[in-house]
Design a protein around this ligand. Structure first.
Ligand SMILES: [Cu+2]
Length: 288
């Protein structure tokens, strides 16, 4: 009994810890990653909404086809009808799809517009530049901070303190994560230096091409603290699959401390932030 209870406690701690853990693709995942922004929630809603049209229409067409194939097969219907016009049915199959398209287009355009128009003046502006095959990030603040973010080689895990594969998965872990404060409207200016890349973060519902010589703008407002993973989403060369994007969403205070320290020692600032988040997690799971 005691053993069962203690293993339950361990399980509870693991579950509690994983709740605050990284948001990333999972094996056999069939749906979107859980939303970390209101925008992604709306995108998920729109996806479900469109299914309410797609599924019945597909079933209706399938049913009509099956009915015609069966009812009008040559053996029971040797002399086919020569009817070629029917006003009522022609009006129905023109007006029906127009109405369906309106129901899809209106929420779709509203969503698209919202994705390009932050609801308020962003509190933080970042620039993400895609290179073959890593990212440069720049914080456009009073004393600009910029650094490179590339995939962490397997051999560098121990030195970086990133041996926990649940939080730091293979092919998604980077040396320097982008750190942003929670609940802050953040603008990202996206560009590239060599070929077209794409900046994508599934949990945030953002994805835009990084085109050399021009700037694309996206925004997000992360509502949950945690570590989020995305990838370059435009085929950009042989190491396209190896230029992950990692964003750490932290509290305001943690962000300020990190930013102050990062100005002089980025590696040290990242390590200190990791230690603080780990302690926070341990305290949270101990309090369970
Ligand atoms: Cu790329």
């Amino acid at each position: 009994m005691k053993r069962t209870l203690s293993s339950l406690a361990v399980l509870g701690a693991v579950v509690a810890a994983s709740g605050a853990q990284a948001q990333q693709p999972r094996p056999w995942q069939m749906t979107f990653q859980p939303a970390a922004t209101g925008m992604m929630e709306q995108i998920a809603w729109f996806e479900h909404y469109t299914l309410w049209f797609i599924v019945p229409i597909t079933l209706l067409v399938l049913g009509l086809l099956a009915y015609c194939i069966f009812k009008f097969r040559a053996s029971v219907n040797p002399t086919p009808s020569r009817t070629s016009h029917n006003t009522i049915i022609e009006v129905i199959w023109t007006v029906g799809p127009v109405v369906v398209l309106l129901f899809l287009a209106i929420p779709s355009f509203r969503l698209l517009t919202a994705q390009y128009n932050p609801p308020e003046e962003p509190g933080l502006t970042l620039k993400a530049t895609g290179n073959q095959w890593n990212w440069d990030y720049e914080y456009q603040i009073e004393q600009p901070l910029s650094f490179n973010s590339r995939m962490l080689a397997e051999g560098d895990r121990p030195a970086a303190g990133k041996t926990d594969l649940a939080a730091y998965p293979r092919l998604l872990t980077v040396h320097n994560e982008l750190v942003v404060p929670v609940n802050t409207t953040t603008r990202v200016l996206v560009t590239a230096t060599d070929v077209i890349h794409a900046f994508a973060m599934p949990s945030f519902g953002v994805k835009t091409d990084a085109v050399p010589g021009r700037i694309n703008e996206i925004w997000f407002k992360a509502e949950k603290e945690g570590l989020y993973y995305g990838q370059c989403s435009e085929l950009c060369g042989q190491d396209h699959a190896f230029m992950p994007i990692a964003i750490r969403v932290v509290s305001d205070a943690q962000y300020k401390t990190w930013l102050a320290a990062a100005a002089t020692d980025l590696g040290g600032a990242n390590k200190a932030l990791m230690v603080e988040i780990d302690t926070q997690k341990k305290v949270a799971s101990a309090a369970e």
